[in-house]
Design a binder for this molecule. Structure first.
Ligand code: NIG
Ligand code: FE
Length: 408
């Protein structure tokens, strides 16, 4: 099956075959190599060739799409989500409007514990059906690769149930799916006075079972004051490594907790959130393989400070953006909105923001070899936009959908 896309106004984020970019860093992030007035051929779902219109070969295609006036981009790689959950938390949203803080709600048994109660009461098939619907929605919004975390089970059966749902999503969709064990998301109520007991349960029971059944790619912990401290996080990450699960952790969302340094020390694939980042965190990230991942849509929805994207990029570091799609701090998996926030609030250029959710998002899921840029041999997972005047128009036209078609 050959698919030909012709008359593309701008084919964005191309990469030559001899290049082998895993991620882009610093000043390089502002470059988005493109071809104006281009064509692209895909064969059996893989990018076969592309170029400027005056070089288009006269080969037969099974299907042709005329993309006059439209941009074509690599589809989004959303490397941090909690897309599997049982129920929205719109009640807590109203509580926050009326003055309660996110941490206060959590301390009173709401928040993540609220989601865990709902999830443990729901049957696996229903959880799957709801999650699949959400997955379809984000795909229509341009996402072709997604990382999904557990963390609303907070017990052996609940965590396993979530990871099985994630596996089923992976098996039944063309989206690239990565699964992360986040049993260390919060202490369940029954372990409130026995925190050590819960850490042990994760390390000795949940993790071996999850690894034994091949249900997770990565190991996460909510490393934060009032959640999992540095010593607990270190033990959890070391235990994960023993089973081959690379760390990808929640760090520095609410405090300067040392989470970034711990992530780097344990060779985390990414450290995520990063509202609280200063010189020490930036120094720790320099020279590491750890991708700083910023979640500005969660900062927006919680009304907390935004992440210092400029300091990170201007220090020469790579940087990734992800949605954090979850029922508490970010009930949206819409990457177009994320791009608008990145440009308006984090002062990223449109090119930087798009690199952050394509090639760098792919890196944060170890998918750079197959997704994230337009390169011969990579998957033809593509976004075709509406007829729009420029790349900048995507984040500029905020709140509106300019994605016409998504090809997986
Ligand atoms: O990434 N910060 C921790 N976990 C999620 C939120 C979870 C929730 O509130 O349900 C986050 O923001
Ligand atoms: Fe998160």
């Amino acid at each position: 099956m050959r698919l030909l896309i012709t008359n593309i106004r701008q084919l964005c984020s191309i990469e030559q075959e001899k290049e082998n970019r895993q991620k882009v860093s610093g000043a390089e992030m502002s470059h988005l190599p493109s071809i104006e007035h281009a064509w692209l051929m895909a064969e059996n779902g893989i990018i076969h060739s592309f170029g400027a219109m005056d070089t288009m070969p006269d080969t037969g295609a099974d299907e042709t799409i005329d993309a006059t006036g439209r941009l074509v981009l690599p589809a989004w790689c959303d490397s941090h989500t909690h897309l599997v959950f049982a129920a929205p938390r719109d009640g807590e949203f109203v509580d926050r409007i009326k003055g309660k803080s996110y941490e206060e709600i959590a301390r009173n048994g709401g928040g993540i514990l609220n989601s865990a109660r709902r999830l443990n009461a729901m049957d696996e098939n229903e959880l799957y059906d709801q999650s699949l619907e959400r997955l379809h929605r984000v795909v229509a919004q341009g996402t072709a690769a997604i990382e999904i975390k557990s963390g609303y089970g907070l017990c052996e059966e609940g965590e396993l149930k979530m990871l099985k749902v994630i596996r089923k999503l992976k098996e039944n969709s063309k989206v690239a799916v990565k699964a992360t064990l986040l049993a260390a998301h919060a202490y369940p109520l029954e372990y409130r006075d026995n925190k050590e007991g819960y850490v042990k349960l994760i390390i000795e029971k949940i993790l071996p079972r999850v690894a034994g059944e091949g249900l997770a790619d990565y190991m996460d912990a909510f490393c934060e004051e009032g959640f999992f401290g540095i010593p607990e996080t270190e033990r959890l990450l070391e235990a994960g490594w023993k089973y081959g699960l690379k760390p990808k952790i929640h760090a520095n969302q609410l405090h300067y907790s040392g989470g970034v340094q711990v992530g780097v020390k344990h060779n985390a694939l990414s450290v995520d959130h990063l509202e609280c980042v200063g010189a020490a965190e930036i120094e720790a990230l320099k020279g590491s393989n750890t991708m700083p991942t910023l979640l500005p849509a969660a900062a927006f929805f919680l009304g907390i400070q935004y992440q210092p994207a400029r300091r990170i990029i201007d220090a020469g570091l790579p940087m990734c953006l992800a949605t954090d799609y979850n029922p508490g701090s970010c009930p949206s998996g819409n990457v177009s909105l994320l791009l608008s926030l990145a440009c308006t609030q984090l002062k990223m250029t449109p090119e930087e923001a798009i690199n952050a959710v394509t090639i760098n998002g792919a890196y944060a899921m170890e998918l750079s070899a197959e997704l994230g840029t337009i390169k011969v041999g990579k998957k033809a997972s593509l976004i075709i936009t509406n007829k729009i005047p420029s790349l900048a128009y995507l984040p500029y036209d905020f709140g509106n959908n300019n994605i016409d078609r998504v090809i997986l």
